[in-house]
Design a protein around this ligand. Structure first.
Ligand SMILES: Nc1ncnc2c1ncn2[C@@H]1O[C@H](COP(=O)(O)OP(=O)(O)O)[C@@H](O)[C@H]1O
Ligand SMILES: [Mg+2]
Length: 279
């Protein structure tokens, strides 16, 4: 019996305003996320990506339309783990302490907590830093702990809000691969927010391209590239370049359609060109 076609997350005609309706953040957003899918939300700053994640997480309610996660109104909790741009670790707890704290919220006993936290630290390559405090770690290591903590509770959905944006290019590259490896072995659904087009194509199976003011779906693109991507870097493939060109041309259309050029340029800082391997 095939139940995989049932969406895990479903958004229908979702709208959201702030400041008593003065800021229309999102308008008529509809898409589904399938179980185990890796989907990216891409678009310039202010197009409502973070707001969408908060709606999916159940942190804020919709004004219009519906969000359903596993068939119900979403509620913040261990099924929906969130990872942010900075790891937001508890500074007074060690690496292990941070992960065990998350596990204690899942109701696991001490022994199970410690077992699972060691295995996760192994998976993110930080076993030697189990007793270190967050301030003793680099930004990339802290993000690894954040990822381990999010995965510790075995969420059905991992919501990631520009998780690698603050890291240097090399660390980002390594963490992308690690994320893909963990995703392929665990197969939770991932909703990944980025404004880095190359990153979105590299990682995801589908891309929801958003346009700003108010945030709307511009296009949903299937990313049909060979798997597993951490082994076959797709960036050298013609299909990758074609998709990249297509997405950028849509973004240039957004500019032509009235968005302020400077504003969009600011939202896509480096045109991501520096990330493409130069040969
Ligand atoms: N809590 C809030 N109060 C007021 N305005 C908000 C709030 N959250 C988001 N907004 C506004 O909604 C729009 C979308 O914001 P956001 O979801 O943060 O976009 P993104 O993550 O794509 O940069 C922006 O215009 C932002 O200023
Ligand atoms: Mg944001």
């Amino acid at each position: 019996m095939d139940t995989t076609s049932e969406p895990l997350i479903s958004l229908r005609h979702v709208g959201k305003s702030f400041k008593d309706g003065k800021v229309r953040a999102l308008e008529d957003i509809s898409f589904d996320v399938r179980p185990g899918e890796f989907i990216s939300l891409v678009g310039p700053s202010g197009c409502g990506k973070t707001t969408l994640l908060r709606l999916i997480n159940g942190l804020i309610p919709t004004d219009d339309g519906t969000v359903r996660v596993m068939g119900a109104t979403p509620q913040p909790g261990p099924d929906l783990a969130m990872v942010f741009q900075s790891a937001r670790l508890l500074p007074w707890l060690t690496v292990t302490g941070n992960i065990e704290f998350a596990l204690s919220l899942r109701g696991l006993d001490r022994k199970e907590q410690s077992k699972r936290s060691m295995s996760l630290l192994g998976a993110v390559g930080l076993r030697d830093f189990a007793e270190a405090f967050p301030h003793e770690l680099s930004g990339g290591m802290q993000q690894r702990v954040g990822l381990a903590r999010a995965l510790a509770v075995e969420p059905k959905v991992l919501l990631m809000d520009e998780p690698f944006a603050a890291l240097d290019a090399m660390t980002r590259e390594v963490l992308r691969r690690e994320l893909l490896q963990m995703w392929s072995s665990r197969r939770m659904a991932i909703v990944f927010v980025t404004h880095d087009i190359d990153e979105a194509i590299m990682l995801s199976q589908r891309i929801v391209l958003l346009r700003p003011r108010p945030g709307r779906v511009d296009e949903i693109v299937d990313v049909d590239l060979p798997e597993p991507r951490w082994q076959n870097d797709p960036r050298t493939l013609p299909a990758f370049a074609a998709m990249r060109d297509h997405l950028w041309s849509r973004i240039h259309d957004m500019v032509r359609d009235g968005a302020e050029l400077e504003e969009l340029a600011g939202a896509f800082p480096k045109a991501d060109a520096g990330e493409t391997p130069v040969r």
